[in-house]
Write a protein that binds this ligand. Sequence first.
Ligand code: HEM
Length: 304
Amino acid sequence: MTEPVITEAPTTITEEVPAATKTAEPAESTTPAPEVEEPQNALTKKFTDAEWKALKEFRTTLPSVVEEVYKSEKPETVKLWGVTIDPKGAPDARASVVLMKFLRARALNIEEARTMLVKTLNWRLEFKTDEILKEEFPQDVFGNIGHIYGKDKDGRPITYNLYGGNQDLKAVFGDVDRFIRWRIALMEKGIALMDFENIDQMIQIHDYEGVTLSSRDANSKKAASTASTMFQDYYPEFLYKKFFVNVPAIFTWIFWLFKPIISAQTLAKMSVVGTGPKVIGKELLTVIDVKELPKRYGGEAEAF
Ligand code: HEM
């Protein structure tokens, strides 16, 4: 697996200004064609000059990406997370945001970003992600282990996974393929709440209340590493922060088991929080408003 290198979203706002190319005596007919103005939204306005440069080059590879993935089908446009990307057409701000995710996940390396995009599109066809939102999963098994609830202070959606010991984990992880489809469905539902204009990332919270070592059997380990690898490979730059709450101190070492499959940049977005609403609230209330945070985590929301 290529180690993805994810650069932090830059905070400086930079407008794309074409470099002045005036020479001493411009010849009459050599006036350079004006650069096509880039459509902007709040997220593209945060791109740096280096990112814009990489994006323009990345776009030139898109026709070959479509050809490689869809072969003779040759679709005019490609839809990714609800955003239409026109490989040959005029640039679009939301499409730029989606494409930038691949570039940032690969440290602006065009060839590596292209490979990641090809692999992601191929995986989505194979995994049938388009059908996943319509799929139904047994409520008695999954009803309590995953929730999408509230927004952070900047409007990012929040997903909660309750993988603690007080669940029937044998039923949840007994069929690993079914679990993975359910987990990817939850991810896609979270992404469906993003507009790619102002919001393109989410907060994830894992609750491990009541966890014991016996909760970690071969199936749940396989489910955890498979899901984690899929997020690394096919969901570039979707994570803003991830919190692991209600983790008993004696189990924090489990966090480090994931180090080989998660990039350093993604690991830096993750933090392990102790147990109880007071301790958890202290940490989570820095990013989530008290009215949006469930009571069990130190907030005021009457949630799950
Ligand atoms: C013992 C029972 C546990 C079970 C059943 C379990 C289950 C899972 C599952 C299914 C995932 C897949 C990723 C996702 O759903 O977002 C995951 C990821 C992960 N878990 Fe656990 N886990 C357990 C304990 C722990 C503990 C105690 C820690 C310590 C903090 C931990 C840390 C992690 C990390 C770091 C990831 C990777 C997250 C990512 O890639 O986004 N797990 N776990």
